[in-house]
Design a protein around this ligand. Sequence first.
Ligand SMILES: *[C@@H]1O[C@H](CO)[C@@H](O)[C@H](O)[C@H]1NC(C)=O
Ligand SMILES: *[C@@H]1O[C@H](CO)[C@@H](O)[C@H](O)[C@H]1NC(C)=O
Ligand SMILES: *[C@@H]1O[C@H](CO)[C@@H](O)[C@H](O)[C@H]1NC(C)=O
Length: 327
Amino acid sequence: MEAKLCISSATLGAAALLMMMLAAVVVNSDEESPTKTLVKVVKGKKVCDKGWECKGWSAFCCNQTISDYFQTYQFENLFAKRNTPVAHASGFWDYHSFITAAAVYQPHGFGTTGGKLMAQKEVAAFLGHVGSKTSCGYGVATGGPLAWGLCYNKEMSPSKIYCDDYYKYTYPCSPGASYHGRGALPIYWNYNYGKTGEALKIDLLNHPEYIENNATLAFQTAIWRWMTPEKKNQPSAHDSFVGNWKPTKNDTLHKRVPGFGTTMNVLYGDQVCGKGDDESMNNMVSHYLYYLDLMGVGREEAGPNQVVSCAEQTPFEQSSSSAASSS
Ligand SMILES: *[C@@H]1O[C@H](CO)[C@@H](O)[C@H](O)[C@H]1NC(C)=O
Ligand SMILES: *[C@@H]1O[C@H](CO)[C@@H](O)[C@H](O)[C@H]1NC(C)=O
Ligand SMILES: *[C@@H]1O[C@H](CO)[C@@H](O)[C@H](O)[C@H]1NC(C)=O
């Protein structure tokens, strides 16, 4: 009798679990079909398609995708204070927007290059940049200064509209529009809104405000920036981080090595690199290391200081149009 009861409660438990799983599938089904990896071989190379998060027959999609190793609770840990009443974009940012935006770039290697460790490190590095640029943390903020990433989604009280007349034929400013900082890696200036909009096929030149109204787009513009070289002879931040980029002798001479330091060099150049102990550089590094810890990777995986920092690197030659330029 007792044994029979045991069995039936176990059966009940299993049935409940199954129903919960079914419920999860149903909840996700409008856009996220359950992960099922399709595999085929093209010209001797294995390529995969994982449905909504990694589509389009890519070798990268055979690897773990971001949601496999970076989950909602981790996003919540990294950006713990973003929805507090004093935050400036309370209710705006969420995990789902990040993964939805990342889905566009995972077939191209974002968070899917190399093994799981490299992939986790890349997500920590990208979000480290994001956290630093969107933080409203200060020395005595509760939870510490690193707990306040994604506090902003736009520049508050901009002092100008960032309209550069030099681009009046290529990226003319839209009457009434203001091109102040917006997004997860804030974009400034008409030409940067224009270029980013061209790449994403969204009319950001006439509608810069789209970015502050749509968290998926706010992440997407940032990941596009991470994945795209600023200049032809320079790597993207992504390539410089995951090791796709092979430094030339000249790069090595100027201390530019694959890693987090070079991502800052790619994105910000002489604004933060080659200046020794720069405060803004240190802030990005601190966010990166903090996120590695919170993701369970551990900051020791970041590598030595020459790799993590760009204090001693010669800046890449910067074009005047650095997307991150705020002045
Ligand atoms: C997929 O992951 C393996 C290690 O798990 C790695 O060796 C391989 O390079 C990755 N594939 C791609 C396309 O990066
Ligand atoms: C937000 O942006 C994403 C990515 O560009 C887009 O797919 C989506 O339709 C947008 N959502 C709204 C409500 O406009
Ligand atoms: C070597 O790097 C320096 C500093 O970034 C740069 O000014 C110079 O043009 C580079 N030389 C070559 C041959 O690429």
